[in-house]
Unconditional design. Structure first.
Length: 467
């Protein structure tokens, strides 16, 4: 489906989409929501040393769940959360998500036991799951057809910069503030964003054609995704062939298969799995997962390389990854102009990411930071080039009343790719024992080759938009 089909008379009648001041403010506010929600995926990683020595005294498993609870709940709820916004209102879903995000941060900040900290992270993850699809679907309903590629570029930029903001912010807090500061900061920030959304963001019309909630199908999908994510995230700790991990994958696969059968037979499913017959949608989802697979593999080893190999402090390590923002900021504007040529844009962008990761795998203690920064720039350029077109490929492959569902599918691809990147990298590092340099080289080589292979597949599958 082409992007012009996404405009319709009811949307124009309900909320004139083009007042410039409203449009600019709305875009800034919604992108800020995306950046904050995505930043909490990575920020906690740089605070683990503080948490280990804190009064909570978490063990290794509790530390793992402190990191993973947010990601598992976030990714597991994205598709149902997107459908919920389509059915009952995207602005309401966004405000509810910001409230849950801030409430979870408060629980984490006040936590007196590891269990409370983990519970707070899970609540914040549920809030983020409502925030991400709602922001994108609102933008897709309000923006004029000609503006959609540019708006998507900014949204994708915000999601990518969220991971970087988490690294920088986590590094600064780790260096100068107690770990609870990360969560206390999110309380007023969430309140300010909610106020800004309430004042600047228009309500978009809901449709009776929007996906049904389908409670049974939703339960099957959520539990299936959570089981798969559990297996991916915990595999470095227990091993990919351990009974626990194989059981998680088996249960997840069975539940997802049950969801597919249920959806094919249901008159009102959460979503029709036959949407993946679209080569454009499937290729865009695969490419999105591959790009975040590469990015979060890099995030996972970056702070360890800079701190343990190069001897940087936590704050210095956080800022040292800033070159990764350059291409993400500058390239999307150009990429938006080339949205009608998805094959070279997406294939070329993924190829740059893979090439940059392969180059980064060659660094060691003697590598000048300037050279390391150059490889970060290559990865950054590839991300900025490919992400807008990948997001556009998922969202515009679905009808406008399923904008939230499309946003949920796109963001789910990101989070599953990110979780898999961390798991694969962590497994390779664990296999190398105390040889971090060798483990980093092997991990980034594996990840880089995988992204290059996906670039080839996506280039073959992703055609021009129809229409």
């Amino acid at each position: 489906m082409s992007s012009p089909a996404l405009s319709d008379a009811p949307v124009k009648a309900a909320s004139p989409p083009q007042p410039t001041p409203l449009k600019g403010i709305t875009l800034i506010v919604l992108c800020a929501c995306v950046l904050v929600a995505q930043s909490m995926v990575a920020a906690i990683n740089l605070l683990l040393p503080q948490l280990t020595s804190s009064s909570l005294r978490p063990d290794a498993s509790e530390l793992l769940w402190t990191v993973d609870a947010y990601v598992i709940v976030f990714a597991g709820l994205l598709i149902p959360a997107g459908a919920l916004g389509d059915r009952y209102g995207r602005k309401g879903a966004l405000l509810t998500g910001l409230g849950l995000f801030a409430a979870g941060a408060t629980v984490s900040a006040l936590a007196t036991t590891p269990a409370l900290l983990i519970a707070g992270r899970g609540v914040s993850g549920a809030g983020a799951a409502l925030v991400m699809p709602a922001t994108l679907s609102i933008l897709m309903r309000v923006a004029a057809p000609a503006e959609k590629p540019r708006v998507l570029a900014y949204w994708a930029l915000s999601a990518g910069l969220g991971g970087l903001a988490g690294n920088v912010g986590g590094g600064l807090i780790g260096a100068y503030l107690p770990w609870r500061a990360l969560f206390w900061i999110m309380l007023p920030l969430g309140a300010l964003l909610a106020l800004a959304v309430a004042r600047t963001t228009p309500r978009t019309p809901v449709s009776q054609e929007a996906p049904a909630l389908d409670p049974f199908g939703t339960l099957l999908l959520i539990t299936g995704l959570v089981a798969v994510l559990f297996g991916i995230i915990e595999s470095p700790l227990y091993g990919w062939t351990s009974a626990r991990i194989l059981s998680a994958f088996a249960v997840g696969a069975a539940l997802i298969a049950a969801f597919v059968l249920h959806a094919l037979r249901s008159k009102a499913p959460l979503f029709d799995p036959r949407v993946f017959r679209s080569r454009r949608l499937s290729a865009a989802a695969l490419g999105t997962a591959a790009s975040f697979f590469g990015l979060f593999s890099l995030f996972f080893v970056n702070s360890q390389y800079l701190q343990y190999v190069k001897g940087y402090g936590a704050a210095q390590a956080g800022f040292a990854i800033v070159p990764l923002t350059v291409g993400m900021v500058l390239i999307p504007r150009l990429a938006a102009r080339w949205s009608g040529r998805p094959r070279p844009v997406v294939g070329g962008g993924l190829l740059l990411i893979g090439t940059g990761l392969l180059a980064t795998s060659t660094v060691d203690a003697s590598t000048p930071y300037a050279l390391y920064a150059c490889w970060l720039l290559v990865i950054s350029a590839g991300t900025g080039l490919s992400m807008p077109a990948l997001t556009l490929g998922v969202v515009t492959s679905l009808p406008p009343h399923q904008a939230g569902l499309g946003s949920g599918l796109s963001t789910s691809s990101r989070e599953i790719g990110a979780a898999l990147g961390v798991a694969v990298t962590g497994t390779v590092l664990a296999h190398h024992g105390g040889d971090f340099a060798g483990g980093m080289e092997s991990a980034l080589r594996v990840v880089g080759l995988a992204v290059v292979a996906v670039a080839a597949v996506v280039t073959l599958c992703l055609g021009r938009p129809r229409g």
